[in-house]
Ligand binder design. Structure first.
Ligand code: LLP
Length: 419
């Protein structure tokens, strides 16, 4: 959780009062602080690159806004992309194809062909994908995503490295995959695994690095393959709750890089953070539109629901909530913060002690930069909201609010139904 400046009981983001941003852009609105994005990128790149050559592949599924991608392109980041749409967004934001590593799952032949056309290196997820890729091209550099049988994450839905998941080439087939790749004329350059998301302890990262290192050693001793990079995936957690502390990045980098340096001849380590880079850079501002006292509790009804931020409803995730125009005042009523979607699961926060609310108050939902806008939807025919970038007291609109026309643009009524 980032600390925000407070001026006269107002929350200040990037030098601007939240209420002024809400006034100018309307709510709900995602507000991202540019300096925070740059700081986070530099912190993680610095921790690893001080120890060995490092490639940060920003997992852009967390947030693909073009302005955010531009900032990271300027910082020198590379990209972890999972779809042709993400690849296209990154290329339009200025990333050259050699800075993008594609790690898809259940990838269609159509998508493989589009990737080959764009010269994107593919991190192959299965033996089937390898054979299908060989039908389209040969001679390309490839890497493999291995299922490391090391899974971790804050929720069962986001644990990806466990043996039971759909991801990666099974560990006991990984050598076969590399020898088959060589046989098919590919050039294996890397080995990858991703344990899961929102991992706040170091131990699973060291364990997965040990697995990667031992496979790299076997590749070298048994098949004579020397890899360029070992990719430990993403999943570095952040403290969403006030009582939590940040991950010790220096220790994480030390544990990982020392293993790669001592155990392999790979010249580079790759890390794929999404959340770490973008989550705490952004707040979602939402207006209290309705207050309801029921026999059981108080509901604060706001204009953002799970169409705008789905994480609380989908994963039961905690996002800290503050009242931006009563910032820092003590809480005296417990509220459930709920949105306009017609489902009782539609909540942003539960039982939060907040200063007594009035209609028109402005709430700030913290740490909304990762998997916030990117997982938002138009459910209940609600257009997606605006995104705004702030820096040193000035703001820019970085995504326009959708209109009802935008939502209806792709629907078609067959003429026979018009009679
Ligand atoms: N690399 C791979 C192969 C991944 O699948 C993911 C995330 C990442 C990197 C980045 O993980 P991060 O560093 O952001 O934790 N929607 C969920 C998170 C799902 C993550 C899926 N894969 C959420 O809102 O928490």
């Amino acid at each position: 959780m980032r600390e925000f400046e407070r001026i006269d009981d107002h929350m200040v983001i990037g030098g601007l009062r939240a209420v002024d941003l809400a006034e100018e852009y309307g709510t709900p609105v995602y507000v991202t602080d540019e300096s925070a994005v740059r700081d986070n990128y530099r912190a993680i790149y610095g921790a690893f690159s001080r120890r060995m050559p490092t490639r940060i592949n920003y997992a852009c599924k967390a947030n693909t806004n073009l302005a955010i991608l531009r900032i990271l392109e300027q910082e020198g980041s590379c990209i972890d992309a999972v779809s042709i749409g993400e690849v296209e967004a990154c290329m339009r934001a200025g990333f050259s194809s050699d800075r993008i590593l594609y790690t898809g799952v259940n990838v269609s032949n159509h998508e493989l062909a589009a990737l080959v056309n764009r010269n994107i290196t593919i991190n192959i997820d299965s033996l089937s994908e390898l054979e299908r890729l060989a039908e389209i091209t040969s001679g390309a550099a490839v890497s493999f995503r291995m299922n490391p049988e090391v899974g971790a994450g804050y929720h069962e839905k986001v644990v990806t490295g466990a043996r039971s998941t759909k991801f990666g080439v099974p560990k006991d087939r990984i050598l076969d995959a590399y020898s088959r790749a060589v046989e098919l004329g590919f050039r294996p350059v890397g080995l990858h695994a991703h344990i899961g998301a929102g991992v706040q302890v170091i131990e699973p990262f060291t364990r997965v690095t040990d697995v990667l290192v031992s496979v790299a050693q076997e590749l070298e001793s048994k098949l004579g393959i020397r890899l360029d990079f070992i990719d430990i995936g993403g999943g570095i957690g952040i403290p969403y709750r006030p009582e939590e502390g940040p991950m010790d990045l220096e220790l994480l980098a030390e544990e990982v890089t020392s293993r790669v340096i001592n155990g392999t001849s790979a010249r580079q380590v790759a890390v794929e953070p999404g959340r770490y880079i973008i989550a705490d850079t952004t707040v979602l501002l939402t207006t209290v539109v309705d207050l309801k006292e029921t026999p059981d509790k108080w509901f604060a009804g706001v204009d953002a629901g799970f169409n705008t931020l789905v994480r609380p409803a989908f994963y039961g995730s905690y996002h800290h909530v503050a009242v931006a125009n009563k910032f820092g005042l003590p809480g005296d009523v417990a509220y459930d913060v709920v949105g306009p979607i017609c489902e009782s699961g539609d909540h942003l926060a539960k039982e939060r002690s907040l200063p007594r609310l009035e209609e028109g108050d402005l709430l700030a939902v913290y740490d909304a930069g990762a998997y916030g806008f990117s997982m938002s939807s138009q459910y209940n025919m609600r257009p997606k909201c605006r995104e705004v970038l702030v820096r040193n007291g000035s703001s820019n609109l970085i995504r326009e609010r959708e209109s009802i026309d935008d939502l209806l643009r792709h629907d078609r009524i067959p003429s026979r139904l018009m009679l």
